[in-house]
Design a protein. Structure first.
Length: 572
């Protein structure tokens, strides 16, 4: 487990928020003598950054209080759930470092017990089989200001209900023809309490139970029961489940079984993206992104592929905090800053040029290679050094040169001297252009007395640029990602518009760069900093002879700033 995830607040420095305060009070009052939490995803999509907050709360609190943490799948809808999502969620939770030990559970593990409890409610006169169609049920539900209408099947006898429910399980009826509903109060001001559905007929194969069942429990019926079975003390949920809490309480009280405490918290959103499972499907199926793990997606799988580390996501959750009982959207730049802070400490440095222009160093002998010692990570003294080849012909970033420099441009231009990182000083002496006036090559000279990094006369160039040997450089494909949407709130559209109208057409650019030979040593998901360019991660699309790297995040004042200036028509 990472150091970040293993931090356990304690003593006087233990964090305080409304959830922790409530748990401490429960322990003092004797309501519970332990803490046991769970993360209960539905296996119908990939996890996203909002789920990371829930895991951070669930797992972090269990760990802080010396309790237990379960991973449990609420797999009650076979029409939308797939083993692919189960596997991806398990991988994401483990990647984050949330240790659930051997406590991996599935709601489907409890289907038989749930059925038995449903029979008990029928026998108590608290549940009935209803023949209304979904449309008729909606019509009789009522509104926020008017009560609902009792189903004409509400007063069926216990015996008839037991018979019909048994036959529903046996598969005697088509889909949608009958449901089992709780008999509560069709006039309740809380619409959730108006005789909610407990079971639906669905002749569908389940990813774990196969064709064993022809009826499946609703989420509302199953969720609280699952928590009770597992002995969860604190069911920590996002705010949309607050209105469902009275229903969970009603089921548990009517059955007379163990009763966890539910506490709701605000959901975490992120600017410049969307957090809806339905929209994830639309983006993938519409070809707007290249899968659920596309590095532009807010999914944990996408972030991992992009090169984020769990430490950065955990730090982001800590910065966001538990907050209050309201949803909150955090600026995406906060997450990017967390990524930079984390990667700065652990990433090897390499030289790479994404938009190369050749520089011929006229007073360096042809065929000569000088091996320069470069620091692997100035933030980590134990990271050591590496050897970088220096030759007569090198590449630099095209944006590090201007034929006619604007004010305060301290990089290379005719007659100006700059420092080559870890090497020597060079001065541009000639610009080679093609017939169209396009700069194709630069000629420069080195000052051979500056290999030590200093000039004998004490002069110090204002600019330092990175470079790559043309002879030894390795070509690679760089995928430069930007925000998936061009505005902070994708739903900010005119009437009749779609969030898809705000997709950023430049969210992915592909360029071909040249890097120092060390790039060949990278393995999948290795993260490096291309000096003065940004942080990159080797993508799984890399194959023999082809290197593909994703830009994880730019540096604060490097390539991204240059691109922004170019886009706005500025120079320098």
């Amino acid at each position: 487990m990472s150091d970040t995830l293993s931090r356990v607040p304690g003593g006087a420095e233990a964090p305080s928020d409304f959830i922790r305060d409530a748990i401490r009070q429960d322990l003092r009052d004797g309501r519970f003598d332990r803490v046991h939490t769970r993360f209960p995803p539905e296996p119908n999509a990939y996890l996203h950054i909002g789920h990371a907050k829930a895991i951070w709360i669930d797992y972090g609190i269990a760990r802080e209080f010396g309790g237990l943490f379960n991973l449990r799948f609420d797999d009650t809808n076979p029409l939308k759930e797939e083993q692919e999502f189960v596997d991806a969620i398990i991988e994401d939770v483990r990647w984050l470092g949330a240790d659930f030990g051997d406590r991996l559970f599935f709601g489907s593990d409890y289907f038989e017990q749930m059925f038995t409890w449903a029979v008990q409610l029928i026998e108590k006169g608290k549940a009935y089989v209803c023949d209304l169609s979904p449309e008729q049920m909606r019509e009789t539900r009522g509104t926020l200001t008017s009560p609902g209408t009792d189903s004409p099947f509400r007063e069926r006898s216990v015996e008839e209900n037991l018979d019909l429910f048994t036959r529903m399980r046996a598969g005697d009826f088509p889909d949608g023809t009958r449901t089992l509903r709780a008999k509560i109060d069709m006039a309740s001001p809380n619409l959730v309490m108006r005789d909610p559905v407990m079971y639906r007929i669905r002749h569908a194969s389940h990813h774990r139970t196969g064709d064993t069942w022809s009826i499946y429990p609703s989420y509302d019926w199953a969720h609280g029961l699952e928590d009770s079975i597992e002995g969860i003390t604190h069911s920590l949920c996002s705010l949309e489940y607050e209105i469902h809490r009275p229903l969970y309480d009603w089921f548990l009280d009517e059955l007379g079984i163990y009763h966890p405490r539910q506490i709701e918290f605000g959901r975490l959103g992120l600017s410049y993206t969307v957090m809806s499972k339905r929209r994830f499907v639309e983006l993938v199926d519409g070809g707007f992104v290249q899968g659920y793990d596309d590095p532009r997606m807010p999914t944990l799988a996408g972030m991992r592929r992009r090169g984020y580390r769990p430490e950065a996501i955990w730090d982001f959750c800590e910065r966001a905090g538990v907050g209050g009982r309201a949803d909150v959207t955090i600026d995406a730049h906060v997450l990017e800053d967390c990524v930079r802070v984390d990667l700065n400490k652990v990433s090897r440095r390499l030289f790479a040029v994404l938009n190369p222009i050749k520089v011929v160093l006229l007073n360096v002998p042809e065929g000569e290679t000088r091996w320069i010692e470069a620091v692997n990570n100035p933030e980590d003294p134990e990271a050591g050094t590496r050897k970088v080849p220096f030759t007569r012909e090198i590449y630099i970033e095209r944006d590090d040169f201007r034929k006619e420099p604007p004010p305060k441009f301290h990089r290379l231009y005719p007659g100006n001297e700059v420092r080559l990182r870890y090497a020597c000083f060079i001065t541009c002496v000639e610009v080679i252009e093609d017939a169209d006036g396009e700069i194709v090559e630069l000629h420069a000279t080195i000052d051979p007395e500056t290999w030590s990094g200093d000039a004998p006369d004490g002069r110090k160039p204002k600019g330092t640029i990175h470079w790559v040997s043309a002879e030894h450089g390795v070509e690679f494909e760089a995928r430069l990602f930007d925000h998936l949407f061009g505005v902070p709130d994708p739903d900010d559209v005119p009437e009749g518009g779609s969030y898809l109208d705000n997709l950023n057409p430049d969210s992915l650019r592909v360029v071909h760069g040249i890097a120092e030979p060390t790039i060949r040593e990278l393995t999948p998901e290795d993260r490096v900093q291309f000096e003065r360019v940004g942080y990159f991660c080797l993508d799984r699309d890399s194959a023999s002879g082809r290197l593909v790297l994703n830009r994880t995040v730019s540096l604060k004042d490097s390539w991204a700033k240059i691109e922004k200036a170019q886009a706005s028509g500025q120079k320098g």
